[in-house]
Design a protein around this ligand. Sequence first.
Ligand code: ATP
Length: 250
Amino acid sequence: MPASIPPQPALETRNVTVSFGGFNALTDVTMTLSAGSVVGLIGPNGAGKTTLVNVLTGFQSPSSGEVLLGTEAVGAYSPFALRRLGIARTFQAGRLFAGLDVLDNLAVTGVGLGHRRRAAEDMARQVLDWIGIRHLSDQPAAGLPYTDERRVGIARALMGQPQFLLLDEPAAGMSEIEAEELSQLIARIASDLGIGVLLIEHNVGLVLGVCEHVYVLDAGQVIEQGDRTAILASQAVRDAYLGPSHEEAA
Ligand SMILES: Nc1ncnc2c1ncn2[C@@H]1O[C@H](COP(=O)(O)OP(=O)(O)OP(=O)(O)O)[C@@H](O)[C@H]1O
C-alpha cells in the first residue's frame, strides 16, 4: 500500500447519452469522481446506474458525450485498457473464479495485470490482510457466504492498486451490521489509499452515511446531486422514489 499519494486526475462523464435502439438509458449525464473521495449513485430500478458504471469501465460506449480520465478521452477504451489505467469495478454478482480458492482468485488477477506469480501472491496476501480477511485465503470461492464473496470481490478489485473503484451494489443482501462494516471499509479505501470510490447502492442510508457527494439518477437523467442534506431536502428525489402523487395522497 502506498505511503504517500501523488496527485491524481479525476474520472468524469460529460453530457453522456447512451441509446439502445430508440431508448435512452442515459441522457446528458455529467458527473465527476475525484481521488480520495466517496461519491454515491442512487436511483430507482432501471434509472441507468449500471449503464453509467458500464460506460465508466469500458463495457458500454457512449452514444454521445465524453468520458475523461484527467484530460484523456477514454470513452472508446476497452475494459482491459481502463483497468490498466487504474479503473477497477466490482459486479452485482461476485463473478469470482469458482474453482479457485480466495488467494488464487486474487493472485490470478495480479498475474493478469502483468505481475509475476510470486509477486501477485504476496500482493494478494497484503490486500487480504489490509481488508482483514486473510483467514479466507484457502477457502474455495464457490462456497463462500454472500458477504465474504462481496469482500473478496472488493479485495480482487484492489489488486493492481487502482485509482478508482466502482462498487455495484456491494451491500445487497447484507444485514445492517455487515453494511456498517462495509461502509467503514469503503471510507478506509478512500482515506487511506487515496482511491476515488463510486458507490452504487439501493441502500440509501448507507450511501448518505458514507458519501460526500451523491448523484441521483431517474429515467437516465441526473435529477439531483449534492451532500446528504441536499439529497434529503430534495422534492425531486422524493418524487422519484415515491411517485409525484404521494403529496396529493398525504
Ligand atoms: N443492453 C441493453 N439493451 C437495451 N436496454 C437496456 C440495456 N441495458 C440496460 N437497458 C435498459 O436501460 C435502463 C437502465 O438500466 P440499468 O440496468 O442501467 O438501470 P439500473 O439503475 O442499474 O437498474 P437496477 O437498479 O434495477 O439495477 C433499463 O430500462 C434497462 O432495461
